[in-house]
Write a protein that binds this ligand. Structure first.
Ligand code: NAD
Length: 402
């Protein structure tokens, strides 16, 4: 089954391309199903003298055999692979990797291939930006997070010992090539984590696509390549709608922070409780959207039906619609009070934090170029307390899937 809607007419065939415009830069995004061959055709056209593939050991084992033999027919290939996870996004790893790239004989005609999720994607981005002050970077994303979110951004960053994504720069990729069939091996939790961000794009930016999103979710068909292709297409439309005029995601692009204020706080609190089995980033953001919807409803903006729609979408993605008992409201509020969007609204009261709230689906409160409003910590507390102990959400009764 192929999902279409008026806003996102699908091209014929299983391979398509779109131009991603971010600020004054643009690059092609090719995507399809079972399309490693056409990807290799596009990579051949780069006329690289060498490919440096940055990946992780899981992706290398699962999907290296699909990509690397064909790549080696085009040019020498140097593979840099690390154990999966954030631990590779460090200065030490980056420095060692850059030495390796130079020792392997990379030149200005070489191409860095980010092969995997957002983690190797970010590391590859920083390496490509620094070697010879910038060589070509292409992405072959294999997670929903990377394909639907991080490759639609110029932000490339690694972590400092003080926090995430503290060291980095902006670098547009030369191109992105996604084969959604490669995501068929993703663990469910990783698959859904990226889809939560796609759902955020739909609720906050592309409400016209909500009926199709609800159909896809109601069909329980999240892992099919057709569903993934539709979600990817919708995310590209939504995300580039805001980044086209805000390449650095510091003005209109702040809408992409929907759900993130409470989401980040819940993610951090849960991670502190259990670093090994914490809530996924996407699930935390999805819960953050539910909290934001409740605050917005309490202010008389979103309707009860819109709140129910948030909860239906979030529940269908397997994310929590209630605050787990293991997470303390005070702890969440402590993190929220230190949110990194402070400073965007200098006149806000000391007991208030800048928040992305919706006045309506797809309509943020605040200014067009600063979609943030001050929210009192007490408003957040009230919403969290209401969500602490209640029945999980079901389908929004008055918004049946169409
Ligand atoms: N630049 C941006 O704007 C931006 C946006 C979103 C996220 N990010 C960054 O992206 C990172 C998160 O990305 P992620 O969630 O993709 O993490 P990730 O790259 O660590 O991938 C998650 C897990 O999935 C595994 N995996 C990847 N592809 C697979 C496949 N096809 N089959 C089976 N397993 C597979 C990986 O080995 C890893 O264990 C974070 O570091 C975040 O900061 C950046």
């Amino acid at each position: 089954m192929a999902y279409t809607d008026e806003g996102h007419a699908m091209a014929e065939g299983t391979w398509r391309s779109r131009r991603i415009r971010i600020g004054d830069t643009d690059y092609p995004y090719y995507y399809g199903i079972d399309c490693v061959e056409p990807i290799l055709g596009e990579l051949a056209a780069l006329k690289a003298d060498r490919f440096v593939v940055v990946t992780d050991d899981t992706v290398l084992a699962l999907h290296g055999p699909a990509l690397l033999p064909g790549l080696r027919e085009l040019a020498p290939v140097h593979v840099i692979s690390h154990a999966p996870g954030e631990s590779m996004k460090t200065l030490a790893t980056m420095t060692a990797d850059i030495d390796e790239v130079l020792a392997a004989g990379a030149t200005r005609r070489s191409v860095v291939v980010a092969f995997g999720g957002g983690v190797p994607g970010n590391l590859a981005g920083v390496i490509a930006a620094l070697v010879f002050r910038g060589i070509r970077l292409v992405h072959v994303p294999t997670t929903t997070t990377a394909a639907m979110d991080s490759v639609l951004s110029l932000k490339q960053a690694i972590n400092s010992r003080f926090g995430k994504n503290h060291i980095g720069t902006y670098l547009p990729p030369h191109a992105v090539y996604t084969d959604v069939a490669l995501m068929g091996t993703l663990p469910d939790v990783e698959l859904r984590s990226g889809l939560c961000e796609a759902a955020k794009n739909c609720l906050a930016i592309e409400p016209a696509a909500l009926p199709t999103l609800r159909r896809v979710l109601a069909a329980g068909d999240l892992t099919s390549p057709e569903s993934l292709l539709w979600l990817l297409d919708m995310s590209v439309s939504a995300k580039t709608r805001v980044t086209a005029r805000d390449a650095r995601e510091q003005n209109a692009g702040l809408i992409l922070e929907y759900g993130h204020t409470v989401g980040h706080a819940v993610e951090l609190c849960d991670h502190r409780r259990d670093p090994a089995a914490g809530i996924s980033h996407g699930s935390a953001i999805a819960f953050g959207m539910v909290v934001a919807a409740h605050i917005s409803h309490a202010r008389g903006w979103l309707s009860a039906a819109h709140v129910a729609l948030h909860e239906e979408v979030v529940a269908a993605l397997g994310a929590p619609t209630t605050l787990p008992d293991t997470i303390s409201i005070d702890d969440v509020l402590d993190v929220v009070a230190a949110d990194n969007k402070r400073g965007y609204l200098p006149a806000a009261a000391p007991n208030a934090v800048p928040f992305v709230l919706l006045r309506d689906l797809g309509v943020p409160a605040g200014e067009v170029d600063l979609p943030l409003v001050p929210v009192l910590l007490d408003e957040v507390r009230t919403a969290l307390a209401a969500l602490r102990s209640r029945q999980p959400a079901g389908v929004a009764a008055d918004l049946e899937p169409t």
